[in-house]
Design a protein around this ligand. Structure first.
Ligand SMILES: [Fe+2]
Length: 270
């Protein structure tokens, strides 16, 4: 059997403690036989103390090895879609979903992991210049990973309805559900270049707000709003099917919004 360095130390210590335990038991037996009660009391107390110290040492090493294991960073991975690539047709085609998920989102994940590896090395070397230079890559690829992970969940091939709580808060925040749709659509279609239109929960006001974020800027990190619903208007999200008519894509996407997921995000955000 092979052990890591920490595991090896731990095993050594455990064996030592077990030996001490046997010695302790055997000593008790011998001392009882010889009726050396005073010496027995002194020796057994001493051995018991040593045993306790060794037990504590063993516990500390166990904690140490567990902490080391916890700090081994796991890589980000591409999340599975909760439906098939063709499930959102005819609103979003299989080809778009396949490329969008397996190529575009995967690239954000790959580049985020690479940026985090570089960051780890830079932090270990206290290389502040490199740490600062990595910020744009972390924001772009980290945002891309976060945004798309929400986006897949925000969509659904089945019909869903907003919860009573979400409906009431949309009415309070925008006046009506239709007004929210109009405002969100207008803001999203108007984004210059690539970006995302969002519904986000504002913890300060207790209202839902609309935000248009450029590039892959993550909503919460850049505005403080908790993301509820995101609409990706990068061309990779619609161009194969809708060409340059972004407005048609934004109009159609409301037919496949997973309002159950949006409602659950609101409940968690509160
Ligand atoms: Fe995208």
């Amino acid at each position: 059997m092979r052990f890591s360095r920490e595991g090896h130390i731990y095993e050594k210590c455990k064996i030592f403690c077990l030996d001490a335990d046997s010695y302790y038991t055997s000593s008790l037996h011998n001392l009882t036989a010889s009726r050396c009660t005073v010496k027995k009391s002194f020796i057994t107390t001493s051995i018991a103390k040593i045993f306790l110290i060794l037990k504590r040492k063993m516990f500390t090493l166990r904690q140490l090895s567990q902490a080391v294991a916890r700090n081994v960073r796991s890589k980000h991975t591409l999340p599975d879609l909760p439906y098939d690539y063709a499930a959102l047709e005819p609103v979003i085609s299989r080809d778009i979903m396949n490329l969008h998920h397996s190529k575009h989102h995967q690239t954000y994940v790959t580049n985020l992991n690479a940026a985090e590896d570089k960051l780890k090395l830079a932090v270990e070397k206290s290389d502040v210049s490199t740490i600062i230079s990595l910020a744009p890559a972390l924001k772009f690829n980290g945002g891309g990973h976060l945004n798309h992970s929400i986006f897949w969940q925000n969509l659904s091939p089945g019909s869903t309805k907003p919860s009573a709580d979400l409906t009431a808060l949309i009415d309070k925040s925008f006046g009506s559900f239709d007004k929210m749709k109009t405002d969100l659509s207008t803001a999203t279609v108007a984004i210059q270049g690539s970006g995302w239109g969002w519904l986000g929960y504002c913890k300060k006001s207790g209202l839902i707000k609309i935000s248009a974020c450029p590039n892959q800027d993550p909503l919460e990190a850049t505005t403080g709003l908790v993301p509820l619903l995101g609409i990706d208007v990068w061309e990779h999200a619609y161009y194969l099917q809708y060409k340059n008519v972004r407005a048609d894509y934004v109009k159609a996407i409301f037919d496949i919004i997973n309002w159950k997921d949006v409602s659950e995000r609101l409940a968690k955000a509160k």
